[in-house]
Design a binder for this molecule. Structure first.
Ligand SMILES: Nc1ncnc2c1ncn2[C@@H]1O[C@H](COP(=O)(O)OP(=O)(O)OP(=O)(O)O)[C@@H](O)[C@H]1O
Ligand SMILES: O=P(O)(O)OC[C@@]1(O)O[C@H](CO)[C@@H](O)[C@@H]1O
Length: 306
């Protein structure tokens, strides 16, 4: 079974407007509410690929109810821990003619007792299971929470995938995650360098591998993605034609597509192809992508070996 963990789920309030003016009353052209959070997005796209999975994490309040019910309406299995206090956050995503701006909430406080409940859910995991840890760690949890989880499940040899930024990611590498998916900006930030070529990306991507990651998938938004596989092969994917509607969740969709492609026949090439199609299909949709659209884009994805 695949378990996704979203420590800080959200309602993504996605609005479109011509322009955003600071210090003024702005009015939107369109507005949509979606269940969000990186692990939850991974679950949604896995579901589109008909891959059985369960979304774990913490929810609370009326916003938490919305998140849970909208996932259930889409047929996504959840096993969230209901927090006693607070509200799941609302993350505002503003798409204008020229930009995308995000204002992400901080989320509710999580008590030690509630953290314990998450560990109890992880107790049943085995080497047959995959755990996806994705997204930021809420302020009420320790910064090394992903590390703690990975240490906890390490004896069970669970396959772990981590999509997180900076130190959160660097610190888990010693537990040899099966896959990490930084984007090119995150790589530059992690190593405090300027990336100006594919060679630079490969250099730092290989360093992440040497530090413990089995597979390193580097996404580059509209410039596609590069995979450094555990066997040392390097693949690059292009992006298909389309118009970006809302790129929020493209990275999460890529992770889910990668898992789906890899599950087919353990081919990294196929994993990257389906990952790239899933990422772009979400970038070209207002919500996360549908299977129909992903399938439509797959034929436009070229994966080349570098
Ligand atoms: N503008 C775009 N046009 C086409 N494809 C895109 C675009 N943006 C993203 N994608 C696809 O989605 C993949 C992941 O996108 P990106 O690199 O933006 O991830 P990310 O930074 O983790 O995104 P997010 O945090 O918004 O989920 C890309 O490698 C590409 O395949
Ligand atoms: O605040 P975090 O946890 O870093 O990111 C949360 C978030 O921006 O990530 C998803 C897109 O990747 C959205 O659905 C969600 O709002």
């Amino acid at each position: 079974m695949i378990y996704t963990v979203t420590l800080n789920p959200s309602i993504d309030y996605v609005v479109n407007m011509n322009q955003l003016t600071e210090g003024a009353v702005n009015r939107v052209n369109t507005e949509h509410f979606y269940a969000g959070g990186k692990g939850i997005n991974v679950s949604q796209i896995l579901n589109q690929h008909e891959i059985d999975n369960i979304a774990l994490g913490f929810i609370s309040g009326f916003t938490g109810d919305f998140i849970q019910s909208s996932l259930h309406e889409k047929g996504i299995k959840t096993d969230f821990i209901q927090l006693k206090e607070g509200y799941s956050r609302i993350n505002m995503k503003v798409k204008t003619l020229s930009d995308e701006t995000e204002i992400n909430g901080s989320g509710p406080k999580i008590s030690n007792e509630e953290i314990e409940k998450l560990y109890q859910k992880l107790d049943g995991l085995t080497s047959e299971d995959t755990l996806v840890l994705a997204g930021s760690i809420p302020a009420s949890l320790p910064d090394d929470f992903y590390e703690q989880i990975m240490k906890y499940v390490a004896p069970k040899q669970v396959k772990v995938i981590v999509d997180a930024t900076k130190n959160l990611l660097l610190n888990v590498l010693k537990y040899q995650p099966f896959l990490i998916k930084p984007n090119h900006h995150e790589i530059a930030e992690m190593f405090n360098v300027t990336i100006s070529s594919t060679e630079d990306l490969l250099h730092y991507g290989n360093q992440l591998k040497e530090m413990g990651a089995q597979n390193v998938l580097i996404s580059m938004g509209g410039d596609g993605a590069i995979l450094i596989s555990e066997t040392g092969e390097i693949y690059r994917s292009n992006v298909p034609k389309g118009t970006v509607k809302n790129s929020v969740g493209a990275g999460d969709s890529m992770v889910a597509g990668f898992i789906a492609g890899y599950q087919k026949d353990a081919s990294y090439e196929e994993a990257l192809r389906l990952g790239a199609a899933s990422g772009s299909a979400t970038a070209f949709s207002s919500d996360v992508a549908t299977r129909g659209y992903i399938d439509e884009l797959v034929s436009q994805i070229n994966v080349t070996k570098l």
